[in-house]
Design a protein around this ligand. Structure first.
Ligand code: SAM
Length: 476
């Protein structure tokens, strides 16, 4: 049997579990071949948080992870039974199943030769297991989407400017038949109801590295053409079933099949603001602080509440406080909390006891919190670009750090603070060595901006307010 026949037959043979849960339920019953599948999963994660994501994978799936040279990616092996758990990871943005990895791909000299090799590659790849996993994943997603449509009538209009990253690498997609009109598509979908479906696909090429003699567009076009010939699939850029990924980073090539259509970071938030933080980054920042049961965790500049909301869903044995001085931001955070509560009530089908979170309007420079009562502060400070101004940061940052040191528990308190205004932050921190110790810096890329997350530990030194020394102020 030829490779192609085998791949196609195996794809058709896949046990199309009507119900995803049956995959887990069959533990004691007879198992289909597909349930023993071992595959490598690739995940894109916020750059800088690769190690955090690898730790999460190890903790939740028991798999060890490989961190790619290509920043922002990790790889780990799973058996297909764990696929549902993979979708529950909090630190990953997008998931794909690896078809083949070439650690040191030897590119030929000329563009023509390289592109010819890409064409030949399509027919030589071990597609069958990754396609089985894709199929199982698709059925799982269909069920989820169906549930989501029933449960959600929220408008998730996205204003997230982090969604528009000025990434250096090129991203190109093989464009399907431009002539296919909307009418054709409608006819097609009604035809699909009566005839077996021909799969539609696209190839997306992500290329990073200086030394390539071809563009990502050319690679996607030629590799995509060969995939089309090999499988007899139909190319369609927008309405595709299968997205084949061709990730090229210097001499490393990974061919994969996407398992997520949109990034998994779009969870929890329904009311977006101008600087909404990715939930995956929020998770990474919280995780850096290692929350413990009963910890009080505060985001004093919460905006839409992405950080405390992620905290309340993942660390529900802690108490989370979200505050901001802008009433619009507090409203958005409150609306996000309320949407999440409604969603969880519908899901559980019963009255929920709520989430361990409150939203308050306050000024970070004068928090209505007792001295030394907060265990963890996690916040995303105004960069001085979209939010505030660099000039204002020179007053705001030292005042923030001082007030945070007052409310944070001496000796055990910790903080993860994100900013792009590193110069101002470093200067402000340099005058606070007696209350804050810098433990670690994670360099992150936020929508093309080079930013940093500073992990700080509160020193054991008690906070003394300057005016207290003159007996002018009574501590809370
Ligand atoms: C970068 S945004 C935070 C975005 C947030 N992480 C989110 O996901 O939407 C910074 C926030 O700091 C708030 N802020 C600025 N100055 C403040 C102050 N003095 N007190 C409290 N919040 C302040 C702004 O209103 C803004 O919402």
């Amino acid at each position: 049997m030829s490779d192609i026949q085998e791949a196609t037959n195996q794809l058709l043979d896949v046990n199309l579990h009507e119900n995803w849960s049956s995959i887990q339920v069959t533990e004691s019953g007879p198992r289909s071949e597909s349930e023993h599948l071992q595959v490598t999963i690739g995940a894109t994660v916020p750059t800088g948080f690769e190690q955090t994501a690898a730790d999460e994978v190890r903790e939740k799936l028991g798999s060890s992870c490989k961190i790619s040279k290509d920043r922002g990616k990790i790889y780990f092996d799973i058996s297909v039974e764990s696929l549902a758990q993979v979708h529950c990871l909090r630190s990953v943005d997008n998931l794909f199943v690896v078809v083949k990895e070439f650690k040191d791909y030897q590119f030929k000299e000329t563009k023509e030769e390289v592109l010819k090799d890409f064409e030949e590659l399509a027919g030589k790849l071990p597609w069958s297991d990754p396609l089985k996993v894709w199929k199982i994943n698709t059925n799982f997603k269909k069920k989820k989407t169906k549930r989501k449509k029933i449960n959600q009538n929220t408008d998730s209009h996205i204003l997230d400017y982090y969604e528009n990253p000025a990434i250096k690498e090129e991203i190109s997609t093989l464009v399907g038949d431009d002539l296919a009109s909307y009418k054709d598509e409608k006819d097609e979908s009604s035809k699909e109801e009566t005839h077996p479906k021909m799969l539609k696909f696209r190839v997306t090429c992500n290329r990073a590295g200086e030394k390539h003699c071809f563009s990502s567009n050319e690679a996607a076009r030629d590799f995509g053409g060969a995939v089309q010939d090999y499988f007899k699939w139909k190319a369609d850029m927008t309405n595709f079933d299968v997205e084949v990924l061709l990730n090229i980073h210097d001499s490393e090539i990974v061919v994969g099949i996407a398992l997520t259509e949109e990034s998994l970071h779009r969870r929890n938030i329904t009311h977006f603001g101008p600087t909404t933080l990715r939930s995956t980054l929020a998770y990474g920042m919280l995780r850096l602080c290692a929350p413990q049961p009963t910890d009080i965790i505060v985001d004093p500049m919460c905006g839409t509440g992405a950080i405390p909301i992620e905290g309340a869903t993942e660390w529900s044995n802690c108490y989370h406080i979200a505050g901001d001085n802008n009433p619009l931001a507090v409203d958005r955070a409150a609306n996000n909390i309320s949407s999440l509560l409604t969603k969880s009530q519908i899901k559980e089908g019963e009255v929920s006891w709520g989430l361990p979170i409150d939203a308050v309007q306050w000024d970070i420079c004068n928090l209505p919190l007792r001295t030394g009562t907060v265990d963890i502060i996690v916040t995303d400070m105004p960069f001085g670009k979209r939010m505030g101004s660099k000039k204002r940061n020179w007053n705001l940052y030292p005042a923030c750090l001082r007030e945070m040191s007052r409310v944070c528990r001496p000796g055990t308190g910790r903080a993860a603070l994100l900013t792009q205004d590193k110069k101002c932050f470093t200067k402000a921190l340099s005058g606070m060595g007696h209350v804050w110790r810098k433990v670690h810096t994670v360099w992150v890329n936020i929508g093309g901006l080079h930013a940093a997350v500073y992990l700080l530990k509160r020193t054991p030194q008690a906070f003394v307010h300057p005016s207290e020394q003159d007996g002018e102020r009574t501590p809370w």
